[in-house]
Design a protein around this ligand. Structure first.
Ligand SMILES: NC(=O)C1=CN([C@@H]2O[C@H](COP(=O)(O)OP(=O)(O)OC[C@H]3O[C@@H](n4cnc5c(N)ncnc54)[C@H](O)[C@@H]3O)[C@@H](O)[C@H]2O)C=CC1
Ligand SMILES: CC(=O)C(=O)O
Ligand SMILES: [Mg+2]
Length: 373
């Protein structure tokens, strides 16, 4: 199969969708891999490392896309990339379509098959291609939150750990999944006072067992969220309903309950955000203030630690990419219900129920799509 690895073009996005080691796995199986010139540089992989792995380096980005059957990216395609996508091509990347109707409609018009990393599932109820970046973003959320708590950033001037005789910061994490657990672990490591809210009792039980009284677990209700708003110095938004847009858990009105200079880090911003006052920001200008509350809402947090993130992402995606390359999307997805859940769009139709629901549209029967092909 002809595979293309474009350079990422989102603001301050330094990841690349495949390491040279990943390229070698594909070229040794007889596939052709074209890598856009300079695509790996932000992650510390020069062009010659890809050449040694058997890739061809392509300087002409239009030719790179036009010559591919399978395009592997990190972030959702930007408008100039959507314009290059063709109906016969397969795109495999983070898409977060429920949060972006304009992107969804423009991708539908291309007729291309779009498979999202973040909706592929596993046998344990997890999201194996979201998890590695959720781990990174969860850990970063606390670093970012600690920075935002400093006075110069508009924060209340609170040190996460406190000092002897002075209480540590109160950190609440809403959503105790992969992002939430990693955020909680970092906050605990810094000596903060940590509470995790989730509406899954099973998840709260896992955290309770794992952290043996070092953090509080609280069932997520409106009351519990209001109490968190009143008491917390830092709230990390880490909820997810797979494929769907994030529920708005802290309203603008609730900001008035919070202490001035408190911080909201909305990691769920890539699914639209779980705070009403969240809007997506970039690493160039990551935070803003509404009603005295600092908001950090970067939608591609792992891009800032690209070397770590590229390796972690590539480790997770490679086996799935190999299956797409070896069998084509129809056969690869037909064989595996978890892979099928990654299918978001094909032939101009919506193929993921949560994405279709987000726009009040009907969802194509995935089984029927396979029969048609
Ligand atoms: N901004 C960024 O750079 C990044 C953002 N993310 C995003 O972070 C979000 C979380 O991802 P993961 O932790 O991997 O998901 P996950 O599925 O592991 O965890 C989500 C948790 O939220 C809980 N939840 C759902 N509704 C809730 C509610 N109303 N109240 C409390 N808890 C609720 C679920 O029970 C689950 O435990 C996703 O939107 C993901 O796309 C992930 C990586 C990078
Ligand atoms: C998950 C995601 O959106 C990211 O890593 O940027
Ligand atoms: Mg994102």
């Amino acid at each position: 199969m002809k595979i293309a690895i474009p350079a990422e073009i989102k603001n301050h996005e330094y990841r690349v969708s495949m390491t040279p080691a990943g390229v070698r796995e594909l070229t040794e199986r007889g596939h052709t891999v074209a890598v856009e010139r300079g695509a790996g540089v932000g992650s510390g992989y020069p062009d010659d490392a890809y050449e040694q792995a058997g890739a061809r380096i392509e300087s002409d980005v239009d030719a790179l896309w036009a010559g591919a059957e399978l395009i592997i990216k990190v972030k959702e395609p930007q408008p100039v990339e959507v314009a290059r996508l063709e109906a016969h091509q397969t795109l495999f990347a983070y898409l977060h379509l429920a949060a972006d109707e304009a992107l969804t409609r423009s991708l539908l018009k291309t007729g291309a098959t779009c498979i999202a990393y973040e909706t592929i599932t596993d046998d344990h109820g997890g999201l194996p291609l979201l998890a590695p970046m959720s781990g990174v973003a969860g850990r970063m959320a606390v670093q970012a939150g600690a920075h935002c708590l400093e006075k110069a950033q508009g924060g209340a001037g609170i040190l996460m750990s406190g000092v002897p005789g002075v209480a540590p910061a109160r950190v609440t994490v809403i959503g105790g999944g992969v992002v939430g657990e990693n955020a909680a672990r970092m906050a605990l490591g810094l000596g903060a006072d940590v509470t995790v809210l989730d509406r899954s009792l099973a998840r709260l039980e896992v955290l309770d067992q794992r952290y043996q009284g070092r953090l509080r677990t609280v069932y997520s209700t409106r009351d519990a969220i209001e109490a968190a708003a009143r008491d917390s110095d830092l709230i990390v938004g880490a909820v997810l309903v797979p494929g769907a847009s994030a529920p708005r858990l802290i309203t603008r009105e609730m900001l008035s309950m919070m202490k001035p200079g408190s911080v909201l880090v909305d990691v769920a911003i890539d699914q639209g955000g779980c705070f009403e006052t969240s809007r997506a920001t970039t690493h160039a200008d990551p935070a803003y203030i509404v009603d005295d509350i600092v908001h950090y809402c970067v939608a591609n947090m792992p891009g800032a630690v690209a070397r770590t993130s590229t390796q972690a992402l590539s480790n997770a995606t490679l086996p799935w990419i190999v299956r797409l390359a070896e069998h084509g999307w129809q056969e690869a997805l037909a064989e595996d219900e978890h892979f099928r859940r990654g299918l978001n769009l094909t032939g101009g139709a919506l193929a993921h129920p949560a994405v279709a629901e987000a726009f009040g549209e009907s969802c194509a029967s995935v089984e029927a799509l396979f029969e048609r092909g």
